[in-house]
Design a protein around this ligand. Structure first.
Ligand SMILES: O=c1ccn([C@@H]2O[C@H](COP(=O)(O)O)[C@@H](O)[C@H]2O)c(=O)[nH]1
Length: 235
């Protein structure tokens, strides 16, 4: 379930896409109070970064573990149980029914499960090349409905789908949007992007931002500028 009220600053989730725990700790120190919510994904997670989850939680930060689980149900359930013990706030799974069902049943009382609808680096051509008969918008909508029916807490989608998905699932599910690009920043490998302000206005609850903060000359100023845009958009 979506939290009832979220402070503007807590809507920014900075992706710690870095190669070591030391590099992550240095960035966290530099960002200080400007960032309250961090994401640990493949790069840092597989470099010992999961050990940071309880440490960040002890310091009052929230942590999103973005491992995008997808396996047989029993394996997903056991993985979810292990992540729940670390004190993470969010954990991602791919939006396949078996996977979502196993994760929802195993999550316990404090961990929230987010289902990744369609990766923000994908467009319709990428889905067709992968064998899907749906385009992005149809697949996101179908998966959002399946996730809701299975009791999933929130969805990962791009800002482009946020308004439609919000209309489909209502106010109770958290919408988490990567592919966020402040005006003028490099797009990189993302294909479905949106500015922070537009994503909030479209109904996103949380913005996931990696390179525009992590690779900025002044990461703290970059994070503060995104929070200011969130505030201006009414988030
Ligand atoms: O659909 C998705 C799901 C997850 N991500 C993750 O978000 C960040 C985005 O980083 P940027 O540098 O801001 O592009 C990254 O960790 C991805 O693994 C996503 O981009 N899209």
């Amino acid at each position: 379930m979506k939290p009832t009220h979220v402070e503007s600053r807590d809507r920014l989730i900075v992706a710690l896409d870095l190669s070591s725990v030391e590099a992550a700790e240095a960035l966290i120190a530099r960002l200080g109070d400007s960032v309250t919510f961090y994401k640990i994904g493949y790069q840092l997670g597989y470099a010992g970064g999961l050990a940071l989850v309880p440490k960040l939680a002890e310091r009052g930060k929230k942590v999103f573990v973005d491992l995008k689980l997808h396996d047989i149900g029993n394996t997903v359930a056991k993985g979810v149980e292990s992540i729940a013990k670390l004190g993470a706030t969010f954990l991602t799974v791919h939006a396949y029914p078996q996977t979502m069902k196993a994760a929802a049943e195993a999550r316990g009382s404090s961990l929230k499960i987010l289902a990744v609808t369609v990766l923000t680096s994908y467009d319709d051509d990428d889905l067709h090349a992968a064998g899907f008969r749906f385009g992005v918008s149809d697949l996101v909508e179908a998966r959002a409905l399946q996730a809701q029916a299975l009791g999933i807490d929130g969805l990962v989608c791009s800002g482009e789908e946020a308004a439609t998905v919000r209309g489909i699932v209502g106010a109770q599910m958290a919408l988490v949007t990567p592919g966020i690009r402040p005006a003028g920043s490099a797009v990189g490998d993302q294909k479905r992007i949106m500015t922070p302000g537009r994503a909030i206005a479209a109904g996103a609850d949380y913005l996931v931002v990696g390179r525009p903060v992590v690779e900025a000359a002044d990461p703290k100023a970059a994070a503060e500028a995104i929070v200011a845009e969130i505030v201006q958009a009414g988030g």
